[in-house]
Design a protein around this ligand. Structure first.
Ligand code: NAD
Length: 401
């Protein structure tokens, strides 16, 4: 048996690959094109946790965890011939597809980045799905981390997958409409629709795992070793997700800024719980897998932005960082009091009890970040947007000359 983990150099892909490899003797093949390292470099930032080259990461996994089943292939999943060869050589029984350009702000910078993001994410997924069909691998379980962002922020509790639609007295179950709010998030709406189609046309078993905002720095496997085993941690405006950026701001001595009231709730999950769900799915026995097409809301709790900020300020104090929570006028057009509710029965069934609360995850983050305070302060101007927007303005101005 072989599991392919795409995006395996990334924040989520790396610890997921470690967990799967640690729980089985079967082969786990990692794939990445190191795009994330490049994008973060392009905007002048870096991962706070230093990330080693892939051969060193795999070597550390072998010596610390005893995993002898990990191998790595470098390549770009948008290249169909690369994907064809990958599938033909490795014939995976499971694909955990975690490769994507995952930043909404990056996808919003300009038309070029919007195009890049949509092309990258959609083409990679299409190549994999069509590749499974064309290489006679339609029993392969295809698992993708999409996003809870495809649901938008509706006024009713968010279902896990489809919704019931009623029109002129008739009712039917329909896939939840694409309510994504960025060019990135919409790639996952398209992927969700394409996976549905691939299941219908090719009969590929699909798990569409709608991932919430992931927080944390550690899993059971990353704790087992030195920094070679750690996963990346981004804190800049484009690639740092909200809780991570707030924590890094606290470490650099900045107040945590909340737009408006900040009472709107966002869905969250710890890295530990996210990795566990993906590993459970990847290692599930095909005979007992719950469904051949399933949607999982990979979320454990919806938390208000103000609660996120206050928890971070409280935990920061334990580490002797004094952090003020400041409210600013909201530049975004959003309901600052939206009380998101989100169903997650399928997902909760996969992971059982939640392993890590938000507060515990934040404690892990501070334990990690206090070691890398210098890296964060050296890049503290990256908390704000600018570098690429300024470049664009300059290019536009030069073009006008
Ligand atoms: N981290 C979160 O909070 C979060 C939330 C919701 C959904 N997700 C989804 O989970 C997945 C993993 O996210 P992450 O936070 O680990 O992001 P990440 O950027 O750290 O990891 C993605 C990896 O995919 C690789 N990649 C991208 N395009 C590729 C291509 N064409 N060919 C080969 N490799 C490619 C990148 O180099 C990177 O290492 C993504 O699909 C993302 O959209 C993440």
């Amino acid at each position: 048996m072989t599991t392919l983990v795409t995006g395996a150099d990334g924040y989520l892909g790396w610890p997921t690959a470690l967990r799967i490899a640690d729980r089985t003797d079967d082969r786990v093949v990692l794939v990445d094109n190191f795009g994330r390292r490049e994008w973060v470099g392009e905007i002048g930032s870096t991962s706070a946790v230093p990330i080693r080259p892939m051969d060193e990461r795999i070597g550390a996994a072998k010596s610390r965890l005893g995993t002898r089943n990990l191998s790595f292939v470098e390549g770009d999943l948008t290249d169909k011939s690369f994907v064809d060869e990958l599938l033909a050589v490795h014939e995976p029984d499971t694909v955990v597809h975690a490769a994507a350009q995952p930043s909404a702000p990056y996808s919003q910078i300009n038309g070029e980045r919007a195009n890049y993001t949509q092309h990258n994410n959609l083409q990679a997924t299409r190549n994999l799905l069509w590749g499974l069909e064309e290489h006679d691998l339609t029993d392969t379980h295809f698992i993708e981390t999409t996003t809870t962002g495809v649901y938008g922020a509706p006024e009713f509790p968010i279902p896990e997958g489809g919704a019931t639609m009623e029109n002129q007295g008739e009712r039917d179950e329909v896939p939840f409409p694409a309510m994504a709010g960025s060019w990135y998030h919409l790639t996952k709406s398209h992927d969700a629709a394409n996976m549905r189609l691939a299941h219908k046309q090719f009969d590929i078993p699909v798990s569409d795992v709608r991932t919430a905002i992931v927080y944390g720095t550690e899993t059971a496997e990353t704790r087992a070793g030195d920094y070679h085993l750690k996963t990346r941690f981004d804190f800049d405006y484009y690639f740092g997700t909200v809780a991570h950026r707030f924590c890094a701001q606290a470490v650099a001595g900045y107040p945590v800024t909340v737009y408006g009231k900040g009472e709107q709730r966002k869905p969250f999950i710890s890295l530990e719980d996210a990795v566990e769900g993906l590993a459970q799915l990847a290692l599930a026995d095909p005979e007992t897998r719950p469904d051949d097409f399933a949607v999982y809301n990979q979320v454990t709790r919806a938390i208000s932005i103000v609660e996120v900020a206050e928890t971070i300020a409280d935990v920061a104090a334990e580490f002797d960082y004094e952090v003020a929570v400041e409210h600013f006028e909201n530049p975004r057009d959003e309901d600052e009091t939206h009380k998101m509710e989100i169903e997650n029965d399928n997902y909760a069934g996969l992971i059982g009890e939640q392993a890590q609360t938000f507060e515990e995850g934040v404690r892990d983050i501070f334990e990690t970040l206090e070691q890398y305070e210098d890296t964060i302060t050296a890049h503290e101007d990256r908390f704000l947007p600018g570098v690429l927007e300024e470049q664009n303005e300059q290019t536009a101005a030069e073009a006008d000359d």
